[in-house]
Design a protein around this ligand. Structure first.
Ligand SMILES: C[S@@+](CC[C@H](N)C(=O)[O-])C[C@H]1O[C@@H](n2cnc3c(N)ncnc32)[C@H](O)[C@@H]1O
Length: 216
């Protein structure tokens, strides 16, 4: 497929997908103007998928590792029932003002709880306190197995873990395989999940690859 064809297909897909809220669109535009790595935010299509999964699974307590702008946290919170909560973890405290500026504008703002710090340090206490039924892993690729192993034992049967970027720009099948730490970590994570008898799993080839993992 040519780039032109792919671009047209992507545009067509978005034209036939429920529009994102005005606030999400505004956040996304501001991120592209004000931030250097705006492409890290989930975006319209993946955001809608997160909402669809949230609603289909009747999730109540959601955990997100890696907030960045808060775009995905907005998607998840918007799809939760009144008493639902999203606990989102971010290690880069420079993002705090941006995140809080947009959370403050959201009608569902009380459902979003931002935790600043390293996920590996924050997780043990949060996992003791809350019973999460949906988890979105989208932070340091080198720590995916660590997040997964900390979280999985605390989840009830039927809970879902989503892990983003698991095709890593197609590098998982590049020849020769890249030896950089991030690609190697994603390869190790995918193999780890694939051999794990505690879960069923698939990789959805959307965007950069999204793994859907269900605890048995
Ligand atoms: C891809 S972005 C998250 C995008 C967001 N989930 C979304 O979909 O809009 C990854 C974020 O993870 C954060 N991060 C990386 N390592 C982390 C860690 N150990 N603990 C918490 N956050 C971390 C980064 O600072 C970055 O903001």
């Amino acid at each position: 497929m040519t780039t032109d064809h792919t671009d047209r297909l992507e545009a067509y897909i978005l034209e036939h997908t429920t529009p994102e809220s005005e606030l999400r669109a505004h956040l996304s535009r501001e991120a592209h103007v004000r931030l250097l790595r705006a492409r890290m935010l989930s975006g319209h299509l993946q955001g809608n998928l997160l909402q669809m999964i949230c609603r289909m699974t009747h999730a109540h307590q959601v955990l997100e590792i890696g907030t960045y702008t808060g775009y995905a946290a907005h998607c998840l919170a918007e799809a939760l029932p009144e008493d639902g909560e999203v606990h989102t973890l971010e290690s880069d405290d420079e993002m705090e003002d941006f995140i809080r500026e947009f959370v403050a504008q959201a009608p569902y703002r009380d459902r979003i709880h931002l935790h600043l710090g390293d996920a590996l340090e924050l997780l043990p206490k949060l996992l003791e306190k809350y019973s999460f039924d949906l988890v979105y892993i989208d932070a340091n690729k080198r720590q995916y197995i660590d997040y997964y192993e900390l979280i999985l034992p605390h989840l009830p049967s039927g809970a879902i873990i989503l892990a983003d970027n698991t095709l890593w720009d197609g590098k998982v099948v590049a020849e020769p395989l890249p030896t950089d730490a991030q690609t190697q970590a994603i390869l190790a994570f995918n193999d780890w999940v694939q051999q794990d008898p505690r879960v069923e799993n698939l990789i959805l080839p959307m965007r950069d690859g999204l793994s859907l993992i269900r605890k048995l």
